[in-house]
Structures are given as C-alpha cells and as structure tokens.
Design a protein around this ligand. Structure first.
Ligand code: AKG
Ligand code: FE2
Length: 351
C-alpha cells in the first residue's frame, strides 16, 4: 500500500481468546507466500478448490497485511460505533427494506432473529466507491485508508471472476464493520443463544479479519455446527450465493451463524470487519457453462428451468430487503429451518 498520513484514532483493544475447548471446524490454511512460483500457485489453486467444494471456508495467512495493519483495521472498525453519537447514526441509517442496499448503518434491533427477539448488532457499511455516499464526520478522515482496504478484496484468484468485479462499474462490493453487544438473559433464552441465524452470504466471496471472540460457526455437511477458531492476523474466506450460482453448485455457499460466545468471553463486545465481494450489478447469475470442470462434474441448478435467472442487482436487492424483515415459514422437512422464496429460489435460514 502506498503510504498515507494516518489520522490518529483511539486504539481498540481486542479481548483475549477463549480458554474453553470448543469443537472447532478443521479448515485448510492457504499460505499466500507460496503464490510466488507457478508450482506454488498450482498447489494453492488445488487447495482452494478443495476447500470451496467441501467446507466452503478457508483461512489465508501471509496475505501481505502486517499485524500492525490488521490491528489498525479494528481501530478503524470501531470508529463508526464508538465515535459517532446516536443522532448522527440515525442520520446515516441505511434504507435496506426500501432500496435493497446495505449502505450506511444497520442499527440495533432492525433484524428479527428468532422467537420475537431482535438483534443487538450495529453495522456500518461502505460501498467500494467510498465517495458514493456521505459518511459521519468521524469516519471521513479514514476514507482513503478504507478505500485501500477494498483493493485487497479484489485479489480474486481467477480472471473470469475478477473480470466480473470491476472497480469502476456499477456494483455493491462493500466493507462492513459490525459490533455485537452482549444481550439480556431473556433474549438468549428466547432465541436459543443464536445472535445471527444460519445463512449464506449473497455475493461471491466474503473476507473477514479473524478476531478473538468465538461466536461464528459453520454448518458441516454432517449437519453439525462447528466453531471458527481465531488465527492471529489471518483472513477467513467463505463463498456465497453468487459463487454457488456461477459455479453451478460446484463451490458451496456455506451456511454459517453467530451464537453467544463461550462463558469467559460473554461480557465483551465483538467487533468484526469484512469485505463482501459482489460481482457487477449486470452479471447474470447463471452457471459458467464454458468451464471444463462443470462440464465434467455436472451442474446443480438452483433456478427452475426456464425461470428468469436473476442479475446480481436483482439478487442482492431482493436478499437485502428481505433479510431479518420478511415472514419466514418453518420447513416441512426440518423444524430448525425456516424458508422463503426469493426470485424463485428457495432460501433457507437455520437456527
Ligand atoms: O460476525 C461474523 O463473524 C459473521 C457475520 C456474518 O455472517 C454476516 O455479516 O454475514
Ligand atoms: Fe454471513
């Protein structure tokens, strides 16, 4: 990254890791320092492909961000929450339901979680074009740094996919900062300790900065939830709906959820930082039929034959408007699953 004058902001101290012995998911670790040679890249490509077709989640280490840069990301992430007062937060609140876009704040209690319980999570979302909207005063001096972070999100491994993620085209890849606040006993009971229901992300890939408060879990092919373990200065990557659709089901949009942290971390807030990569708005979410791999392994279609395949814009808007707001129906097959149809596609939410 070229150097910038970095504004001085308060340091955010991340909590210590848990001492509990949790059932962790065994995820592959992609060491990007091996990408310098063509053999190294070939080996990494196989590893990533394997991870994406199986768990749909992996870690990246040696990604080029120093521990100090990663620490800085959490300092920046806390600014929209700790340095902006409620009145200003209201002023920059997003209009998800009306516009299908997450830009701005998602304030606490906007989403329905389960059993009448509403969320205790604040988000602040910034489009990859950081100048697309106005931001709270405390965030403005940080925009050049946030803008540089977006560049990292574009380093996708495949040209085909990279080309669908133009930087100057119309689209909604974005950075999200997210702060989870501890909840009341009553809320924990009524929502069975689930803070964010099991879901798939909407885009191609999500990159999250590993952080120490254990709460994120992934749903394994064996039907069990397992915890994501914190790895110092690692990135955690997962595939979303757009990736699953483009790859005809070859890469899995993995179901994940957020639950109450283990007992020794329950009093902390949980701050996280993400990059959600979304193809350009005009990309049709149909399988990439030219792929020799898809021709070999076959395609799992998520859309009815003849149904209109949605564009990225249609998909992300419909998913964003519905999320945490729509009426869900309990699945006839599984009482822990709730369902809705979006653009003719069955979308599931897990408890
Ligand atoms: O906070 C987390 O670790 C996950 C949040 C998440 O899944 C999301 O924002 O889509
Ligand atoms: Fe997610």
């Amino acid at each position: 990254m070229p150097s910038l004058t970095v504004p001085s902001i308060p340091h955010y101290t991340l909590p210590p890791i848990t001492k509990e012995n949790l059932d962790y998911a065994d995820l592959p670790i992609i060491d990007l320092s091996k990408a310098d040679t063509s053999e190294g890249r070939a080996a990494l490509a196989r590893q990533v492909c394997d991870a994406m077709t199986n768990q749909g989640f992996f870690y990246i280490i040696n990604h080029g961000l120093s521990p100090a840069q990663s620490e800085r990301i959490f300092d920046i992430a806390d600014v929209p929450f700790a340095q902006v007062d409620d009145e200003e937060k209201q002023k920059y609140a997003g209009t998800m339901k009306q516009t299908g876009s997450y830009q701005g704040y998602k304030l606490r209690q906007y989403w329905h979680v389960d059993g009448g319980v509403r969320d205790q999570i604040e988000n602040y979302n910034i489009n990859r074009d950081v100048n697309k909207r106005q931001h709270p005063e405390a965030v403005r001096p940080l925009l050049p740094e946030i803008s540089q972070l977006m560049a990292l999100g574009l380093e996708l491994p495949e040209d085909t996919l990279v080309n669908m993620h133009g930087f100057d085209t119309v689209g909604e890849s974005y950075v999200r900062f997210m702060k989870y606040y501890p909840r009341s006993e009553e809320d924990e009971l009524n929502s069975k300790n689930v803070w964010l229901k099991g879901h798939t992300d909407f885009g191609t890939i999500t990159i999250l900065y590993s952080q120490p408060v254990s709460a994120l879990q992934i749903f394994g092919l064996d039907g069990r939830w397992r915890w994501i373990k914190h790895i110092e200065n690692a990135l955690v990557v997962n595939a979303g709906d757009a990736m699953e659709f483009l790859s005809g089901g070859f890469y899995r949009g993995t179901i994940h959820r957020v639950v109450q942290p283990p007992i020794d971390q329950r009093t902390y807030t949980r701050l996280s930082a993400f990059y959600f990569a979304m193809p350009d708005d005009n990309v049709k979410l149909a399988p990439l039929l030219d792929s020799p791999v898809l021709q070999r392994v076959g395609i799992k279609r998520r859309f009815e034959d003849g149904a209109d395949v949605p564009t990225v814009e249609q998909w992300r808007k419909a998913r964003t408007s519905a999320y945490g707001q729509s009426e869900l129906k309990t699945s006839e097959k599984d009482k822990d699953v709730e369902e809705e149809f979006i653009n003719g596609v069955l979308v599931k939410h897990y408890n």
